[in-house]
Design a protein around this ligand. Structure first.
Ligand SMILES: *Cc1c(COP(=O)(O)O)cnc(C)c1O
Length: 435
C-alpha cells in the first residue's frame, strides 16, 4: 500500500507515478523489466547530507559511492548536486571521466588496485587514492617516481569493528580483506612509509565498517578508535590530519521492518563526536568525508515488471512470475534481500491476497519477494518493486542470456531514457565463431 509518506505517489487514474510520470505508461513505452528513478528523490538525498554539514558549519565532502549505480546520467546528477565521487575500478573511473565528473573530486578505492588502474588514476590527477595495502603503496611509489608526479592519499584501516547489520562486534583479531590493521603495527608502518615519501601527500584515515547501518553506534566507535591512533601520531610525529573519512553504509528502508535513523541526525551525531575527539587530542577539526551509496540511489529507484504466469499451489502458496528476476536484481538470491511492491496499474486497490513473486531464471532461488500482499493479480499487470535503486542495475547480469533492462529518469513530469535496453546483438557481440 502507498502511504502518505511513501516516496512514490498514486495519480488520479490509480496508477503509480514517479515525479509526475505515469509508470504504467512508461512500462508501455519502454517495455519491462524497466528501472525507473525519481531524480527529485536522488537530489533530495544528496541535499539532505550536504545541507546538514553546511548548517553545522563543518567542512565536508559527501562522496557518492558510485558502485551502487554508476551510469553517465547518474554521475551528471551527482556533479550537479555538488557531490564528490568514489570509484572502485577502472570501469567506474572511466564512466566518471565520460560523465566529465571533476577529477579533483574523485576518490579511488579497492583492495587490489592494479598497476593499470593506479596509473590511470594518477595520469588523470584524481583527488585522492584510498591506499589499502603495502603492495599498493609500492605500485603508487613506482608510478609517481616514473612520472615525476604527486598524489593525495588516505589510508584505509580496519578498526576491528564488525557491523552485524544491527549489532557491532569488537574483534581483537581483525579478519578483513580491506585495509591496514590498526592495532598490530601495520597502520604505523604504512603511516611512516607514506609520510616519508615527498611525492605522497598523506591526508588522513579512512574506515568503512559495513552497509545498511540504522544507527550511529558503529561509526562513533570507529571514530573513537581512529582518534586513538591519530593521538599517537600527533604526539610522536606532530601529525595533523586534514581529512577523516568515515565511509558509507547509511541504511535505507526496504520493508516496514527497516527504520533507519534520518541522515541529518546521523551527520549531527558524527560531527559532534569528531569535534569532541579533535579538541580532546588538541588538533584542529579535520574535514569530514562520508561515502553514501545506497542512501543516495536506493529509495529513488524502482523496477517495473510485467506479470506472466500465475500459479496456485493449493494450501501452499500462490506464485506470480514476472519477466525479470535475478538477472536484473541479484540481491534476493545473493543475500536474501527483502523488498516491498505494488501493482502499478492497481496502486490504490487494497490487498486481498499474499503472493510470492518469482523471477524467470532457471534457478529455484530466483525469487524476488516471498510474501507480498497484493490485490487480485491478473496476467499483464505491472508490478513495481520499490527501493531497487542501489546495487540493482549495478549487479545486473546476462544469466540465461537475458538482456539487461533499460533505465529511465523521471523528473518534473517528464521521462528520459538514460540507459538503453540491451539487444540480442549486444549479447553476442563479443562472441567469436569457432572455425
Ligand atoms: C560500498 C562502500 C560504500 C557505500 O556503501 P553504502 O552502503 O552503499 O552506503 C562506501 N565506502 C566504501 C569504501 C565502500 O566499500
Amino acid at each position: 500500500m502507498i502511504t502518505d509518506n511513501h516516496p512514490f505517489k498514486v495519480n488520479s487514474a490509480g496508477h503509480l507515478e514517479a515525479s509526475g510520470v505515469d509508470l504504467v505508461q512508461l512500462a508501455e513505452t519502454y517495455g519491462t523489466p524497466l528501472y525507473v528513478y525519481d531524480v527529485a528523490i536522488i537530489r533530495e538525498n544528496c541535499r539532505n547530507f550536504i545541507r546538514t554539514f553546511e548548517n553545522l558549519g563543518v567542512r565536508a565532502q559527501v562522496a557518492y559511492a558510485s558502485k551502487a549505480f554508476s551510469t553517465i546520467a547518474m554521475l551528471q546528477v551527482m556533479n550537479q548536486e555538488g557531490m564528490s565521487l568514489d570509484v572502485v575500478s577502472q570501469g567506474e573511473l572511466y564512466t566518471a571521466l565520460q560523465a566529465e565528473f571533476p577529477v579533483n573530486k574523485i576518490h579511488m578505492h579497492g583492495n587490489n588496485k592494479s598497476l593499470e588502474e593506479l596509473t590511470m588514476a594518477i595520469d588523470h590527477d584524481i583527488g585522492c587514492i584510498v591506499v589499502d595495502n603495502f603492495h599498493e603503496i609500492e605500485l603508487i611509489e613506482r608510478i609517481l617516481r616514473d612520472k615525476n608526479k604527486t598524489i593525495d592519499v588516505l589510508m584505509r584501516v580496519t578498526p576491528g569493528i564488525e557491523s552485524n547489520t544491527h549489532r557491532y562486534i569488537m574483534t581483537g583479531n581483525e579478519d578483513s580483506k580491506f585495509g591496514f590493521n590498526l592495532s598490530n603495527g601495520q597502520a604505523d608502518q604504512a603511516f611512516l612509509r607514506l609520510r616519508n615519501n615527498p611525492s605522497i601527500h598523506f591526508k588522513g584515515l579512512h574506515a568503512h565498517i559495513g552497509s545498511q547501518l540504522f544507527e550511529t553506534e558503529g561509526m562513533l566507535l570507529t571514530a573513537e578508535l581512529l582518534f586513538k591512533k591519530l593521538d599517537c601520531w600527533h604526539t610522536d610525529y606532530g601529525f595533523i590530519p586534514d581529512v577523516l573519512n568515515l565511509g558509507g553504509g547509511f541504511g535505507i528502508r526496504y520493508t516496514k521492518e527497516d527504520e533507519p535513523l534520518p541522515y541529518p541526525e546521523f551527520v549531527k551525531e558524527l560531527t559532534s563526536a569528531v569535534k569532541e575527539h579533535a579538541s580532546s587530542i588538541g588538533i584542529p577539526m579535520p574535514e569530514i568525508w562520508i561515502e553514501p551509496g545506497r542512501a543516495i540511489a536506493g529509495n529513488a529507484g524502482l523496477t517495473l515488471y510485467t506479470v506472466g504466469s500465475i500459479k496456485e499451489v493449493p494450501g501452499v502458496r500462490n506464485y506470480i512470475a514476472v519477466d525479470g528476476g535475478m538477472t536484473d536484481n541479484l540481491r534476493p538470491a545473493l543475500y536474501q534481500a527483502t523488498y516491498e511492491g505494488v501493482l502499478a496499474n492497481k496502486a490504490s486497490a487494497t490487498a486481498s491476497d499474499t503472493v510470492s513473486v518469482a523471477g524467470k531464471c532457471c534457478e529455484s532461488g530466483d525469487m524476488l519477494i516471498w510474501d507480498l500482499p497484493l490485490p487480485d493479480v491478473d496476467e499483464n499487470d505491472i508490478l513495481a518493486v520499490f527501493s531497487t535503486g542501489a546495487y540493482g542495475y549495478a549487479m545486473a547480469n546476462n544469466y540465461n542470456r537475458f538482456p539487461k533492462p533499460a533505465v529511465v529518469f523521471a523528473e518534473n513530469g517528464s521521462a528520459q531514457l538514460v540507459v538503453r535496453r540491451e539487444t540480442y546483438h549486444d549479447m553476442v557481440k563479443n562472441d567469436i565463431s569457432y572455425e
